[in-house]
Design a protein around this ligand. Sequence first.
Ligand code: IMP
Ligand code: MG
Length: 185
Amino acid sequence: MKILLSEAELHDGVKQLADEISAVYEGRPLTIVGVLTGSVVLLADLIRLVDLPLRVGVVQASSYRGATTVRGELVINAEMMPDIAGRDVLLIDDIFDTGHTLVRVVAEMQKLGPASIRTVVLLRKEGRQEVAMEPDFVGFRIPDEFVVGYGLDYEDHYRNLPYLAALEECDLNRPTHEVAAERAW
Ligand code: IMP
Ligand code: MG
């Protein structure tokens, strides 16, 4: 795989996101809700850089392919989420690809009566969007490649890589422990 964003570049991008977010809410209390599982690394880094009174929660959104659901159908579990009624909410996800996940999760959260909902993503994959919505805050715009690391997975592997890497065609059929990242610098 090829490294697209180094640890240092990711940190700079997340710091910039945190500064933008802090400026928009001007000291008002915020509830940050991370979409599991891809957003956990970003969530952990971002909340330590945002200069606002914060509450933190998570919501689960998974595409199940079980016998009881249609292939790719999104199942949203908001049981672990704090009460968001009347609160300013910032929903945070790893990547905005087609956009369907974020649109669906926002729609579910709207039902719980928040004062406002904004969205932040680490990555926006260019040229893939199928929805009218745009995330309010975007860390990086990346080309249409399958990326892993910094929370993002391929079949539940690689979430722990501290950098962001693009999987190459030849990586897909190899055992994941044999795939090595090539540093581009
Ligand atoms: P969307 O609903 O098409 O926007 O897809 C969003 C979800 O798909 C993300 O939360 C990721 O879990 C997953 N996803 C999309 N592109 C990638 C990728 O390049 N690498 C890893 N996961 C991805
Ligand atoms: Mg995800």
